[in-house]
Design a protein. Structure first.
Lengths: 351, 200
């Protein structure tokens, strides 16, 4: 029992540190990547090659003056970024990072918890995240913040529907399981889900962009119209939490996308590779290689997110709603219908 | 009625299906931005590396000493007069006995200030100087925090005796010869001739 608690605690701390670390370095990578796309060099002053830039940025955030507006609702004002950050970190709980490792005859799974409703949990927590933005924007008592919050919540709610339906189609392909581990494992045996769900993946990807408030869906914080959007009134580390949580969201949604559609920690010819290296199930090297593959996929997705951000202009609000309700929702329903038909023909669904 | 030939017929083209799908357009845009990943970066990391500048670059000024280490400037004020930005001010003083090693002629500039914020680095002061005393060099004016620090006095302008500043690129023989041409205004003044305005 004690070992179980300790091992779970270690996994929790490692995953927490991992998501924070990745988010911190995603901010650096975003700046570096945008610089490369614009023929610049990017930050390179703090530390070797600018690798300490996230620390400098974080330190700056901590030492800035903290302003809580007089007219704001103090409790809710503080609660907003807290909720946003907590939900962002919580989502990493159900993601399977690598294959089970057996140490001294005991099997340890490298996942905080493998609940059988993992996908549902994920969506539940993500949709609580919008409360953080809404509460923060509303409590600021500022028109820009309120407009940003309204935009954020309406956008997230609209795109969650299409996203949810595309995930239902995925779950049908995956054999009706809601556990992320099982979804990843069944891709180990067969093909990655992207083969069966190309349209579903595109819908999911577009919705993930909208859910994480990334360009071209960054209307909630568009500087040109709304100053800073929902975090206009925030300063110091509270602003930092909002910005940081967004990068964690990006990391998690990249992880979810690679787990759902690209096989997570599996990769093509992995079994042949493991056999050639003489590794058996439960070996820590399998876990490390698998984690490396998973992490590579995540980094690629994060880079694509950034690539899109530095390529496309922002949507107009009505275009955003049109895309969400008139295009993505019917498309995802069509995708669901096609999936059901295909799975019926493959004999995976019985009447 | 057509007033100009600059009017254009506005096209209200209906989007084709591929255009409406938007995804090919996005991919096209991403390829364009992605191609910039491999392009040469335009950044010059300034304090570490300098852009190549011309050998006759007009940068921070220097007040030259002559070969014996005496100041060449005689505070004639021609540079201040010629300065279009009115950046140069000076006060003159008379050389005392025993200061022959410090100042070349009987009159010298006791203060000599150039406001580097006003200066436009045109080089007219250098051109006007009859004593080959002021030159622009290829040094770049430093960054300061206070406006007052940009007013350079003699302490910053006069070259150090043990740390001569090379102006041979700007003080070429041709330039020196050119400056001795009798037709030039300051040569007339300094050779003691009266300027006949009607003559010009």
């Amino acid at each position: 029992m004690i070992t179980f608690v300790i091992y779970k605690l270690i996994v929790c701390v490692v995953v927490f540190a991992l998501s924070l670390g990745v988010a911190a370095y995603a901010t650096l990578w975003e700046r570096k990547f945008s610089a490369l796309l614009q023929d610049r060099v990017g930050p390179d002053r703090a530390g070797p090659k600018g690798l300490l830039q996230p620390l400098a940025d974080g330190g700056k955030m901590f030492f800035k003056e903290e302003i809580i507006p007089n007219v704001s609702n103090r409790i809710l004002f503080i609660l907003g970024p807290c909720i946003f950050m907590i939900t962002a970190v919580m989502t990493s709980a159900v993601i399977p990072w690598c294959k089970d490792v057996s140490i001294a005859g005991k099997v340890y799974s490298m996942q905080i918890t493998d609940i059988n409703i993992g996908v549902l949990y994920l969506f539940g927590v993500v949709s609580i995240g919008v409360y953080g933005i809404m509460i923060g924007g509303w409590a600021s008592n500022n028109k820009y913040a309120l407009l940003g919050a309204i935009r954020a919540s309406s956008q997230m709610i609209s795109y969650e529907i299409a996203m949810g339906i595309s995930v239902i189609a995925l779950i049908i392909t995956a054999g009706g399981t809601l556990s992320l581990r099982e979804i990843v494992e069944q891709q180990d045996a067969g093909f990655a889900n992207i083969v069966w769900q190309p349209l579903g993946f595109i819908i999911f990807f577009v919705c993930a962009l909208a859910e994480t408030n990334r360009a071209p869906f960054d209307l909630p914080e568009c500087e040109a119209e709304l100053v800073g959007g929902y975090h206009t009134e925030y300063s110091s580390m509270k602003l930092g939490l909002f910005l940081f949580a967004e990068y964690i969201n990006m990391f998690i949604s990249s992880a979810v996308m690679s787990a759902f559609y690209f096989g997570g920690y599996n990769f093509p010819w992995s079994h042949e590779l493991y056999d050639a290296l003489g590794l058996h199930d439960g070996s820590k090297w399998i876990a490390i290689i698998g984690f490396g593959a998973f992490f590579t996929k995540i980094v690629i997705f994060i880079s694509v997110f950034m690539w899109i951000r530095w390529t496309l202009p922002r949507f107009r609000y009505d275009q955003l709603m049109n895309l969400g309700w008139k295009i993505l929702l019917p498309l995802s329903l069509l995708n669901l219908a096609i999936t059901v038909g295909v799975e019926f023909l493959r004999g995976n669904i019985h009447l | 009625m057509q007033l100009t030939n600059r009017s254009k017929v506005v096209s209200n083209k209906v989007q084709s299906t591929t255009e409406k799908m938007y995804l090919p357009g996005i991919l096209k845009g991403m390829i364009i931005t992605g191609s910039h990943l491999f392009k040469r970066k335009a950044t010059v990391k300034y304090p570490d590396e300098l852009r190549p500048i011309a050998s006759v670059y007009r940068g921070q000024h220097v007040l030259k000493l002559d070969e014996n280490g005496a100041e060449r400037c005689t505070a004639c004020g021609l540079c201040a007069v010629s300065c279009p930005a009115e950046a140069i001010t000076m006060e003159s003083a008379e050389r005392k006995k025993g200061e022959e090693g410090l100042y070349r002629e009987e009159k010298y500039a006791s203060t000599y200030e150039i406001n580097m914020l006003r200066c436009i680095f045109c080089g007219l002061c250098e051109e006007a100087c009859p004593k080959e005393a002021i030159f622009l060099t290829d040094r770049i004016v430093d960054v300061e925090y206070e406006r007052e620090d940009f007013i350079y006095g003699k302490d910053k302008l006069v070259e150090k005796i043990n740390k001569r500043i090379d102006v041979s690129k700007r003080q070429t023989k041709e330039v020196a010869e050119f400056k001795k041409l009798p037709g030039l205004k300051h040569n007339e003044v300094w050779s003691g001739k009266q300027i006949n305005k009607e003559k010009h």
